[in-house]
Design a protein around this ligand. Structure first.
Ligand code: ADP
Length: 496
């Protein structure tokens, strides 16, 4: 009954825009009183002035999370699950408004924004169910009069730090497992996109997440380090879950070492996408379009290096170029938009630097290769670059934009070597119809995720995460709760 009434609560977009921190179940300004502007990347217009938090706000959030922890830890799993189910229902009920909010602050077309809402919500539903399936073990008896068992307990307070490219999904897939496990949470969303995360707090509160169990502070880029520093040092924060760049991930690991916290790091990728000569080329083009141009190329699983076998290179390039040249670039408010603006000026500058460097080193732009200044400051044309080579910047660094560099290869060993020739190892993709090759290559690729004849790999039921400098631990799936739990061994002696 309770859940059904809550499910019906639908908010206007304006009601979902909050500009204060959410601490201990209340909306509060930053202790300093400072604010910073969140802008629409399509127009540069200010959407809201949100709290620019610092040390004191982070500490207040941790204090609230510490107070809330014992009761949330001891709540029955089914009661935690019920709250998460409610939160899920509210997110789904408000999917249109949340999708519009994502488009507004992040720039992705509305269909993608709404798609992200449903994707993020799927993690909440998944972990609502997993909350009731946290089993331990009875260990087979080793000695008479002695019983041994292993139980799983929530690790404690979790700090969640998230990026801007999925303003809802990234934070949802950290908060949901944390709350499911019985942890309490302090969080900081990215400075470019704090509004969607703040809107989620409204819905979490509505859903019955107790005061203090979930706290969120926003901070400007300048203050991000200072705002988070207290969590790194505070021994009460037992875990950090971070999605973002590799340098910041390494920094968090280093700086939190003093209190030996658990860490889950989802860091940068430099995904290879290999097209073998036995591939279904139409399927490969479709898969590449889906995986490369999601969010305008601004995802950590977007293919960054596309390797095409020599004998099919020209045909693949032609098929791809036709599709890429037809992409509609427009602000998210245009219902036909397929690619929106990039997140900010820094992002466009990086794309431009990579493309110019590639062209200087001999690449040819088959389409695109320039800014679309007529649309606004943050737009870049979907681009295909032929004749890419390993000495180009875009081969070593993630471009994070709508640029497809095509590298040529002759044999399988060369393709695998090139694909693995990076410190990163998040997603990888290949297209082939040869069963033995599929088996070989999927084992040889150094990546946490392999898309085989498939470009859409994300799912709440699958373990998402990387190897090498793309980080460690997994989000989603039956493994996704492990990082929020610690195992306690109970040894009971002197039994009859
Ligand atoms: P990007 O380059 O894509 O913005 P970042 O890794 O810089 O990725 O940012 C991801 C998240 O990490 C954001 O929430 C950002 O504010 C935060 N962040 C960036 N630098 C620091 C830092 N030095 N300490 C703590 N958090 C940081």
């Amino acid at each position: 009954m309770f859940m059904e009434t809550i499910m019906m609560k639908r908010f206007e977009l304006s009601e979902l825009i909050r500009s204060d921190n959410f601490i201990d179940g209340k909306w509060v300004t930053a202790a300093s009183g400072k604010r910073f502007a969140v802008t629409d990347p399509a127009t540069g217009k200010v959407i809201a002035q949100v709290a620019d938090s610092g040390y004191a706000d982070a500490r207040a959030a941790t204090d609230a999370a510490a107070r809330a922890f014992p009761a949330w830890r001891d709540a029955l799993p089914k009661d935690r699950a019920a709250v998460l189910h409610c939160w899920h229902a509210l997110i789904v009920e408000n999917a249109d408004a949340l999708g519009r909010l994502i488009s507004l602050e992040q720039g992705k077309p509305f269909a993608e924004g709404r798609g992200e809402v449903m994707y993020g919500a799927s993690y909440v539903a998944w972990f609502a169910e997993e909350a009731t399936r946290i089993y331990g073990d009875i260990i087979p008896q080793q000695q008479r009069g002695k019983r041994m068992s292993a139980i799983k307990e929530p690790v404690g307070i979790v700090a969640a730090i998230t990026p801007w490219n999925f303003p809802l999904a990234m934070i949802a897939r950290k908060i949901a497992p944390a709350l499911a496990a019985g942890c309490t949470v302090v969080g900081k969303p990215a400075e470019d996109t704090p509004l969607t995360a703040l809107a989620l707090m409204i819905l979490a509160h509505e859903a019955g997440v107790p005061a203090g169990a979930l706290n969120l502070i926003s901070a400007s880029r300048e203050n991000a380090q200072a705002a988070v520093a207290d969590w790194l040092e505070d021994g009460r924060v037992r875990k950090i879950t971070f999605t973002g760049s590799t340098p910041v991930g390494k920094y968090l690991a280093r700086e939190s070492a003093g209190t030996l916290k658990k860490l889950s790091l989802e860091l940068g990728g430099n995904a290879p996408f290999i097209v073998f000569d036995d591939a279904d080329l139409d399927a490969a083009v479709a898969g590449l379009m889906a995986s490369k141009f999601r969010n305008g190329g601004q995802t950590c699983v977007c293919p960054n290096r596309v390797y095409v076998q020599s004998s099919v290179y020209d045909r693949f390039a032609a098929l791809l170029t036709k599709r890429v040249a037809a992409l509609k670039v427009a602000p998210a408010t245009d219902p036909e938009a397929q690619i929106g603006p990039m997140i900010n000026a820094r992002a466009v500058e990086k794309i431009e630097r990579h493309v110019n460097d590639a062209i200087r080193h001999g690449a040819r732009a088959l389409t695109g290769g320039k800014r679309l200044s007529e649309l606004g400051a943050n737009y870049y044309a979907p681009t295909v670059l032929a004749d890419a080579t390993p000495d180009m910047q875009l081969s070593c660094e993630e471009t994070f934009g709508p640029v497809v560099p095509l590298f040529r290869f002759n044999d399988e060993a060369q393709a695998v070597r090139a694909a693995n020739d990076t410190p990163f190892g998040l997603a990888s993709y290949f297209y082939s119809q040869d069963a033995r090759r599929i088996d070989r290559v999927s084992r040889l690729l150094e990546a946490g995720i392999v898309g085989i004849n498939e470009g859409a790999i994300s799912s709440e039921a699958a373990p998402f995460g990387g190897v090498k400098e793309s980080g460690y631990e997994r989000e989603g799936s039956k493994y996704g709760l492990d990082d929020y739990l610690s195992i306690k061994y109970l040894c009971q002696g002197n039994l009859a």
